[in-house]
Ligand binder design. Sequence first.
Ligand SMILES: NC(=O)c1ccc[n+]([C@@H]2O[C@H](COP(=O)([O-])OP(=O)(O)OC[C@H]3O[C@@H](n4cnc5c(N)ncnc54)[C@H](O)[C@@H]3O)[C@@H](O)[C@H]2O)c1
Length: 669
Amino acid sequence: MKKDHFKSQILQGIPSELPATKAYPKNGNPAPKRKDILSKDEKKLAVQNALRYFPEAWHKELASEFAEELKKYGRIYMHRFKPDYEMYARPISEYPAKTHQAAAIMLMIQNNLDPAVAQHPEELITYGGNGAVFQNWAQYLLTMKYLAEMTEEQTLNMYSGHPMGLFPSSKEAPRVVVTNGMMIPNYSKPDDWERFNALGVSQYGQMTAGSYMYIGPQGIVHGTAITVMNAFRKVLQKNELPEGKIFLTAGLGGMSGAQPKAGNIAGGITICAEVNPEAAKKRHDQGWVDELLVDLDLLVVRTKEAVENKEVVSLAYIGNVVDVWERFHEENIFIHLGSDQTSLHNPWAGGYYPVGLSFEESNSLMVENPEAFKEKVKESLRRQINAINKHTAKGTYFFDYGNAFLLEVSRAGGDVMAENNIDFRYPSYVQDILGPMCFDYGFGPFRWVCTSGDPKDLQKTDAIALEVMKKIKSEAPEEIQQQMQDNIKWISEAEQNKLVVGSQARILYADAEGRSKIADAFNTAIAKGEISAPVVLGRDHHDVSGTDSPFRETSNIYDGSKFTADMAIQNVIGDSFRGATWVSIHNGGGVGWGEVINGGFGMVLDGSEEASNRLKKMLFFDVNNGISRRSWARNKEARFAIEREMERSPNLKVTLPYLVERDILDDLF
Ligand SMILES: NC(=O)c1ccc[n+]([C@@H]2O[C@H](COP(=O)([O-])OP(=O)(O)OC[C@H]3O[C@@H](n4cnc5c(N)ncnc54)[C@H](O)[C@@H]3O)[C@@H](O)[C@H]2O)c1
């Protein structure tokens, strides 16, 4: 009965009768109120834009309601049109669809909007504060209906959440093409986003929100574990273990909350400061951090004890991280690894809390006197870097975690520049760790979702992936043995880490060979009935080839091309004609609107021979496109990887750079 209700509601699209108004759910987690940025005339335009989804007879009633939403939230979400069925990833068989490709996409959309997964589900936001799947509920309703109706001869075009419609295409074409937040470059400043999003004509898709590929916190835990493990390796001797060695950082929020869990997986002592007691308690209740401490003196005692006993433990300090950096210096506590994951991409509106003010004091000051708050933040950043510099002088390895920490410290006038006054004194995690150790070799956040929704299928895929990885490792060159070993460890322990929330999904860092062989083995298992339903493949955009982002994913590109976005665009176009089921390209994701172009794909494996051909062609390109660009930028690990790939793939012919002796350049200018 319930299933039929779900199906009929989807097939209806925009309902034929105006639904009753809805109260905002009591336990909802509302998105922050957005900036009131539109002029009077623009506000009228925003309402006019929203009304074009509905018949004229409803306009009078809806116009005042939408105007009210715009006033109250800064956006028109059309709350009244949210369907009354539960939002979660139902098994693939429960969607009313003509193709299993479309049904799989519906499943992925449902997952991104599941309240157990999504950050602000009522506002259709999956993660990152503004990472939207759709701008409003009308777009959701229309999209689901189009997907239900589409055949294998049609493609749905998504313009920033708006379904433009179904266009004739072919069986081989992607079923959906997604663009999010794509702007004319001169109109891509943060306030432009506020304006065009408020008008209802553009949205911030983050990375995996607007591309229907979010799988909950698992993805972040795996990536963070790889980063922390490799950071320890950089500073420890070959046979030394991280136990009893300290990783000091800040933030127990959305992504940063993965740090203590990852620190435990890496096997060290993680100390994570968090000013918001609620955030710290949430991570403690989830079991992601072992102990909570509210007193700095006690933190010092407990830390010394953990070092003494060579413990593997994570300690959350409820307070400001600057106090910890300063106090640990006074106490002469040696920190092996240091980083920071406060939200400095958003420094003035609650992303970073300055030292010396309580959490509540900061929250009021930022509203009552934004300029004074700004000064406090800058002062705090200067103090923080001074303390960090004292530790690094004693041997601490500090890295930026892609949160704009070094950038904001430099803007605040902190002592963070290298001698050349161009670069920062410390590297970013991609420059030093993920770039050379993973992305340049092609290792990145490959993922899959079992569309049956059955945990047994996920177990089966884990076992298949483990077997394939072991086989590849036995023949892999020395250069990538460590990466293979880390990923084998991850996949062997993945089930017991209990990180599945929402759909039955798994993440696994793998290179081109690994991704392709694992996917092919899944496809065979589906054909034989060993896996009971299709499997969706995808990846995070935070990967080898998907993202051009000069301060993050492509921060280890040193030929001057890191401010170009050719790689991400080539990737999405290339994937789309090599068999992707859907592709997406976004402006903004992670580091902010206008700061990054990132793309991704989804691919449905159904056990067919076509799927086997497609996956090989597409996954090969999806990874090697980025490796070739990284190799052209003279990255030696990428050069190694692409030459190795050319040896085994005669059809691949990549332009290789000649390397120039430095002294030839010395006296030129
Ligand atoms: N984990 C990753 O893989 C990853 C990768 C790249 C970038 N990042 C970046 O990391 C940042 C954090 O992301 P998030 O989703 O966790 O954000 P978030 O806002 O949910 O969490 C940040 C936390 O830091 C706390 N905080 C702020 N100032 C503090 C201070 N001075 N001392 C102690 N705690 C403080 C806040 O209370 C908040 O809970 C973002 O800028 C994100 O882009 C994370």
